[in-house]
Design a protein around this ligand. Structure first.
Ligand code: XMP
Length: 326
C-alpha cells in the first residue's frame, strides 16, 4: 500500500472523539517506529509543526528534540509563545536559537523579493543544520507534512516555504499528520490541548515579516511593522474578525511622507492594512472592515508606533494584487 495515499475509507476527523482515536493510533505508531531513539523537529510555531510536536511529546516525551529558530522576522510574541507552550507547559526538550542578527545582517541592503526569500530560506537551513550537527544520537527527523503538501508539491513541505530542510540530511522521516487536511490538523491540535490561538492561526509566510517590510529591511522599520501588525491583530481579535477574515496583516513600504505631530512636521512611513478572504489563496476578495474599526486602528497605530504617520487600506483583490506585497 502506498503510505502517501489517504485510504478512501479514512473518515474525516471532525470531532474530539475522532481526534483522540487518531492520536492514540499515531502515538502507538510513532512508538513502534522510533523505539528508544531520538527525533529532531524544526518547530516554527505554525500549526503543522506545533501539532506534530505536541503529538510526539505525547508519544515519546524527551526523546523529541525541538529546535526553534527565531529568524528575527517573527510576529510580535510568536517565539515567546513557542517557549511558553512547549518548554514551560509541555516540558519539551526545546532548543531556542535567536539568529536575528545573522538573518538581518545578511539581508541588509537587499531589496529584491526573491533574493530576500532565498537568503532567508538558505540561512534557515544553515542554522538548523549547524544545530543538528551538534546533537548526538538523532536517528529520525519529524516533519509537519500535511496531505495538501503531498498532493500539491510531491511531499515537499510547502515548497516555497522557509522551513524546508536540508535535502541531504540522512534521517528517517516521522510524519504523523501527512494524511490529514488542515482542518483535521486543527481538530487534532485542540484535542492535544494546544491553545486556540496557535491552532487557529492564520497562514503566515515562511519568510515572515521579511516580505512585509518591503524593499531592503532595516531594523527600525521592521520593529515599526511588528508593532503595527500586533495592534491590527489585537483589534481584529476584539472585533471577532479573526474568526472570519482569512489573512490580515500590515505591510510597511520603504518610503516616507510628511506628517505633523506636536505642531512639528516630521517624516514617517505608511502602514498598509491588507485583509483578504479566500479559500485557496489563488484568488482573494477584500474584507469589508467597518469604518469605525479602521479609524480606531489608524488612531492607535499612528499614536503608538514610532515612525508611522499614516495608515492606508489596500482595496485590491487578487487578481490583480497578490496577497503579499512582495
Ligand atoms: P500571494 O502573495 O502569492 O500569497 O498571493 C498567497 C499565499 O501564500 C503565502 N506566501 C508565502 N508563503 N512562503 C510561504 O510560506 C512564501 O515565500 C510566501 N509568499 C506568499 C501568502 O502569505 C498567502 O497566504
Amino acid at each position: 500500500m502506498d503510505s502517501n495515499k489517504r485510504p478512501d475509507t479514512m473518515e474525516r476527523i471532525t470531532t474530539p472523539e475522532l481526534a483522540n482515536a487518531f492520536i492514540d493510533e499515531q502515538v502507538a505508531a510513532v512508538k513502534a517506529q522510533v523505539g528508544d531513539k531520538k527525533v529532531l523537529l524544526a518547530l516554527s510555531g505554525g500549526v503543522d509543526s506545533s501539532v506534530v510536536a505536541a503529538l510526539l511529546i505525547k508519544a515519546i516525551g524527551k526523546q523529541l528534540v525541538c529546535v526553534h529558530v527565531n529568524h528575527g522576522l517573527m510576529r510580535k510574541g510568536e517565539s515567546e509563545q513557542v517557549i511558553e507552550v512547549f518548554q514551560n507547559q509541555l516540558d519539551a526538550n526545546l532548543i531556542y536559537i535567536d539568529a536575528t542578527d545573522r538573518f538581518l545582517d545578511l539581508l541588509a541592503g537587499v531589496d529584491a523579493p526573491e533574493k530576500k526569500r532565498k537568503i532567508i530560506g538558505g540561512e534557515f537551513i544553515k542554522v538548523f543544520d549547524e544545530e543538528a550537527s551538534k546533537l548526538e544520537g538523532i536517528s529520525f527527523l519529524a516533519q509537519g507534512t500535511i496531505y495538501p503538501d503531498i498532493l500539491e508539491s510531491d511531499g515537499v513541505k510547502a515548497h516555497h516555504n522557509v522551513g524546508g530542510l536540508p535535502e541531504d540530511m540522512q534521517f528517517e522521516l516521522v510524519e504523523p499528520v501527512k494524511l490529514l487536511y488542515k482542518d483535521e490538523v486543527r481538530v487534532v491540535g485542540k484535542a492535544l490541548g494546544l491553545p486556540a490561538e496557535m491552532v487557529d492561526r492564520q497562514p503566515f509566510p515562511g519568510p515572515g515579516l521579511g516580505v512585509r517590510c518591503l524593499g531592503a529591511i532595516t531594523r527600525d522599520r521592521l520593529n515599526a511593522l511588528r508593532e503595527a501588525d500586533a495592534i491590527l491583530r489585537e483589534e481584529f481579535d476584539i472585533a471577532g474578525l479573526n474568526q472570519t477574515v482569512w489573512q490580515y496583516f500590515i505591510a510597511v513600504p520603504d518610503m516616507k511622507s510628511v506628517g505633523v505631530r506636536n505642531d512639528k512636521r516630521y517624516e514617517g512611513w505608511p502602514a498598509i492594512i491588507r485583509a483578504v478572504n479566500t479559500t485557496d489563496a489563488m484568488s482573494a476578495t477584500i474584507e469589508e472592515i467597518p469604518y469605525a474599526l479602521l479609524h480606531k486602528i489608524t488612531a492607535r497605530i499612528t499614536a503608538e508606533v514610532e515612525g508611522i504617520n499614516r495608515v492606508l487600506y489596500d482595496l485590491t483583490p487578487k487578481p490583480v494584487g497578490t496577497i503579499e506585497w512582495e
